[in-house]
Write a protein that binds this ligand. Structure first.
Ligand code: NDP
Ligand code: N5H
Length: 258
C-alpha cells in the first residue's frame, strides 16, 4: 500500500518517542517518498527525535527544530527557519496535547482555571497559531491534519478537560477549513482509537479500555500507529482533495456504538 508524495515536504509536530502517533505519521509519509521536517517542545526529547529521524533512509539530514507551541516567538522562529531552509511546505501534522495529570481523573468540575487554560492553550489554540504561520509556506496549497479523540464528542471517563479542549480543537478544524479553503489549504482531524503512547502512560485502566474495544468495536481490534499514519497520508494526498473540515475516525469503528 503506497501512495506517492515524492517532491512534497511535511512538518511533523509532536514526536516524543517511537510510540508517538506523530512517529507513525512520519513513517507512513517517509514510505510515500515525502521529505520530513520535525519539531519538538521539550529539550529532553531533541536527541530522541534526531536519532529517530536518522533511522529513516536519508533522514539523517532532516531539519529538527524546537517549537514550544505556548510560545509565539518559538512558532515564528521555527517557521521562519523552515522558510529559509526549505521554502514551500505541502502539509503539517499537529500531534500535540497536554493537560495536568491530576486533572485527567476524578470529576471534570474540579478542573482549575489554570489547568483549563493550559490544556486549551497547548491542545487547541496551538493548531490555530501554527496554521496561521504555516499558511504562508503553503504556496502550492496544502493539507493540515490534527489529532483528536472521541472524548471531544462525548463524555469518556477521566478524559475531562482534555475532552473539552478536543471539542474546541474540532471546532477550530472547521473554522480553519473555512478560512484556508480559498488558499487551497485543507484542514482535517483524525479521531484515533486509544494507542499506548507516552501520553497514555499512567492511565490507570488503559488495559480495560483496550480490552473493551477488542470486544465491542466493529473491527474487533485496537487502532495501530500505522493505521493512523496511512490515513494521514491519504489526507495529505490528492486522493482526499475534496475533503476539508472533516473529523475522520480511525478507531475500528468504535464511534458508531452508542
Ligand atoms: P505523545 O506523548 O507521543 O505525544 C504528545 C506530544 O505533545 C509530545 O511530542 C509533546 O512534545 C507534545 N507537546 C506537549 N506540550 C507541547 C508544547 N507546549 N509544545 C509543543 N509540543 C508539545 O502522545 P500521542 O502520540 O498519543 O499524542 C499525539 C496526539 O494524538 C495528541 O493530540 C493526543 O491527544 C492525540 N490522540 C492520542 C490518542 C492515544 O490513544 N494515544 C488517541 C487519540 C488522539 P514533547 O515530547 O517535545 O514535549
Ligand atoms: C479516556 C482516556 C483516558 C484518560 C487519559 C487522558 C489522556 C489525555 C491526553 C493528554 C495529552 C495526556 C497528558 O497531557 C499527560 C501529561 O499530563 C503527563 N505526560 C507527559 O508530560 C509526557 C512526558 C509528555 C510527552 O506528554 C505530553 N502530552 O506532552 C483517553 C485514552 C483512552 C486515549 C488517549 C490517551 C487520548 C489522548 O488524547 O491522548
Amino acid at each position: 500500500m503506497t501512495l506517492s508524495l515524492k517532491g512534497k515536504t511535511y512538518v511533523v509536530m509532536g514526536v516524543a518517542n517511537k510510540r508517538s502517533i506523530a512517529w507513525g505519521i512520519a513513517r507512513s509519509l517517509h514510505q510515500s517518498g515525502a521529505r520530513l521536517i520535525f519539531t519538538y517542545a521539550g529539550e529532553r526529547f531533541e536527541k530522541g527525535v534526531r536519532d529517530l529521524a536518522g533511522t529513516l533512509e536519508g533522514g539523517e539530514d532532516s531539519l529538527v527544530l524546537p517549537c514550544d507551541v505556548t510560545n509565539d516567538e518559538d512558532i515564528e522562529k521555527c517557521f521562519a527557519t523552515i522558510k529559509e531552509e526549505v521554502g514551500t511546505i505541502h502539509g503539517l501534522a499537529h500531534c500535540i496535547a497536554f493537560a495536568n495529570k491530576e486533572e485527567l481523573a476524578g470529576d471534570y468540575m474540579n478542573t482549575t482555571r489554570d489547568g483549563f487554560l493550559l490544556a486549551h492553550n497547548i491542545s487547541s489554540y496551538s493548531l490555530t497559531a501554527v496554521a496561521k504561520v504555516a499558511k504562508d509556506l503553503m504556496t502550492e496549497g496544502g493539507s493540515i491534519v490534527s489529532m483528536t479523540y472521541l472524548g471531544g464528542e462525548r463524555v469518556m471517563q477521566n478524559y475531562n478537560v482534555m475532552g473539552v479542549a478536543k471539542a474546541s480543537l474540532e471546532a477550530s478544524v472547521k473554522y480553519l477549513a473555512s478560512d484556508l479553503g480559498k488558499h487551497g489549504i485543507r484542514v482535517n482531524a483524525i479521531s484515533a482509537g486509544p494507542i499506548r503512547t507516552l501520553s497514555a502512560k499512567g492511565v490507570g485502566d488503559f488495559n480495560s479500555i483496550l480490552k473493551e474495544i477488542e470486544e465491542r468495536a466493529p473491527l474487533r481490534r485496537n487502532t495501530t500507529q500505522e493505521e493512523v499514519g496511512d490515513t494521514a497520508v491519504f489526507l495529505f494526498s490528492d486522493y482526499s482533495r475534496g475533503i476539508t473540515g472533516e473529523n475522520l475516525h480511525v478507531d475500528s469503528g468504535y464511534h458508531v456504538l452508542g
